[in-house]
Write a new protein. Sequence first.
Length: 240
Amino acid sequence: MGASIAVQGHSHAETDHLENTGSGILRASVFGVSDGLVSNLALVMGVAGGSQSADAVVLAGTAGLLAGAFSMAAGEYISMITQRETMEKQLHVEREHIVDFPEEEEAHLARLLGESGLDADVANDMARKIHEKVDPALDFHALLELGIVPNKMGSPFAAAVASFFSFVAGAAIPLLPWLVGDTALTISIGVSGAALLVVGGAVTRYTHRSLLVGALRQLAFGGTAAAVTWGVGRAVGSLL
Ligand SMILES: [Zn+2]
C-alpha cells in the first residue's frame, strides 16, 4: 500500500475553556465530533481515491482516528492546564495586592463598581464591606478586574477525556462502512454527509446561525475537504 500521512490540525480556539462545567463539556464534545468527522472523512477519501484496497482505507482510517483523538486530548489538556496555571498565578498576585495594599485595592474595587453605574456612595459602601474579608474581596477583584470566576475552572482531565471520545465518535462514522461491505465508498459518503448535516445543525446551538445554514455550511466544508483529498489521493495514487 502507499504511504499515507495524516496531518491532524485542530484549533482549540473555538472551544471556550473558561466555561467548562457541564454545558462546556457538552459544547467541546460537539466540536470534537465535528473535528473527528471532517478529519477522518477527508483522510478516508484521500486513501480511497488513491488505492483500490479496502484494507488500506481501514488501516489509515483507524490510525487517523486514534492519532486525531490523542492529538485532540493532549491539546485540550495542555491548553486547559496552561490556562489554569495562568489564572492561578494571576489570583496569587491579586491576593498579595489585597493583603499588602488594602486601601488602594478597596478604592480600586469601588471605582470598578462605580463604572457599572452604581452611585459613588453605594459603590464605596459595597467595596468596604467586600474588603472586610480577603476571600470575597479576591472573588470580586478576580471577576471585575481579571474576568475570572475562580471556582468555575473546569477539569482539564475531564475535557481531555471528552475530546478523545467525541473525536473517536466522529471519526468512526466515515470508517465503519469499510469494515462491513463492498459498497463501502457509497455508504461512507452517504452516512458522512448525513452526519455532517446533523453536526452542523448541532453546532448552531452555540452560535447565532440558523439550523439550516449551520447544517449546509458544515456539509459544504466537509464535502470540499473530502473532495480535495480524494482528488489529491487519486493523483498521488496514479504515480505509485
Ligand atoms: Zn485588584
